[in-house]
Design a protein around this ligand. Sequence first.
Ligand SMILES: Cc1cc2nc3c(=O)[nH]c(=O)nc-3n(C[C@H](O)[C@H](O)[C@H](O)COP(=O)(O)OP(=O)(O)OC[C@H]3O[C@@H](n4cnc5c(N)ncnc54)[C@H](O)[C@@H]3O)c2cc1C
Length: 471
Amino acid sequence: MTGNGSDSEPSALVIGGGLAGIAAAGRLAESGWRVTLLEARTSLGGRAFSFADRESGVELDNGQHVIVGACRNLMEFLERIGVSDLWHVQPRLNVDVYDRAGRGGKLYGLGGPAPAHLLAAFITYRHLSLGDKLRAVRGVIAAMRANRSAPEMETTSFYDWLRAHGQSERCIYNLWNVIIEGTLNDNIRDVSAAMGLMITQDGLLQGRREINIGHPLVPLGQAIGAPCEAYLHDLGVRTLLGCPAHAVEASADGRVQRVVAGGGREWSADVYVSAAPFWVLPGLIPDRLAEQAPFNSLTGLRASPIVNVHLEYDRPVMDGDFCYFLDNPLQWVFNTSRIRGSDPRRDGQLLAVSISAAWDHIDLPRAELADRIAEEMRAAFPRARQARLVRSIVVKQRNATFRCTPGAQRMRPGPVTASPNLFLAGEWTDTGWPSTMEGAIISGYNAAAAVMSRFGAAPGTAEEKSGRPMV
Ligand SMILES: Cc1cc2nc3c(=O)[nH]c(=O)nc-3n(C[C@H](O)[C@H](O)[C@H](O)COP(=O)(O)OP(=O)(O)OC[C@H]3O[C@@H](n4cnc5c(N)ncnc54)[C@H](O)[C@@H]3O)c2cc1C
């Protein structure tokens, strides 16, 4: 059996090198644990990754990743791994929103205390009538006062909650859905009121900074994957890439004994943290564990798809960094060239169309999807009609994020399991956040905190003197 160091020191084995596993491994290693991380793929970053396009060699993201000022743990993490300067956060919310007729409106954040900081966003926003603006203000005030932890919030959809609080269809689709569709990657009719209110209360209403939108300035592999590898390396974490865990073996009392990984190699440690996706984990653990809580609830979780279409034009067709299209399959369009600081007159212009809740697109043949999107681009961007589309690359992510449907919250376990030495991380665990990088980081920290709270000691701490950790 391949172990993780000497028998006298507590050790942790983390399965999965997405942000959750990285955060858990980092936190444990920073606290003195000897950590090994197994990642199935050949790079870190999990669902936030980039790849080199085969034809052009250009590094493309699997999907545009956006953050908001409210992602405090993520921002602190980016600082910690030394890449804050590779991410840009708007100094104030500023989003151009276009309707089908090409009319523009602006969501713009102001200074001042909440909810006054949102008022300018409504004033400059042309896609709501005066009546709808007043309704929106009433909706925001109701959301501010709502108790999102009340049981009925988990059984009601956010759409129904908004209707019950005087929001018109136009208000819902031209305002609330602009926020919800992207952040929860689902239709506003399908998400719980609890999660819709979470986005509103913790994202929109916390203050001016919290609503500012941010994004990486470089491909995700450079903004997350590679720096995370360096960060874990510096902490002494043994990171094994291309090393999928095949089975987690446990004794009759549920205590994990070892993990069987790629190449038949076996790894043992004092504690194990699974940061694998919720659809992978049940297949790794013994059936008798999978049948018990909390693992048996995971079959009730569902995922929703995101499709990204990267479009390279031979000349500039778009000006700003990003914009949103109402009632349009384009949804969000990001100006990758501008964001990355490349010169479109020399290199052509690379844009990314990011389609959330992509139920209507995920099963379309790629060529058909690319054609449809290119046509919508010509309708939306007059300069795209003259430009030559050099290439288009479709990236489909079927299991992009877990769904926050009514009732889903009950399926999300905390970090502690029925097994005394198996802990859970993953953005799908109970973090209070939807499927986001922020949620992934929180889940990793929660798992590390649970390990340390149960085991107490770690090498380098005062308790270490007592020897092996106590279960
Ligand atoms: C297209 C797209 C766009 C998104 N946009 C945003 C956004 O704008 N903002 C935002 O905050 N979030 C966004 N997300 C969501 C965000 O990427 C995820 O919520 C987050 O990265 C999940 O992190 P995680 O570590 O919990 O899970 P994952 O990233 O899925 O990590 C799990 C890891 O486990 C590994 N693994 C699986 N099986 C095994 C095994 N048997 N052995 C070892 N390793 C294994 C996987 O390879 C993976 O690396 C987006 C996601 C997608 C797909």
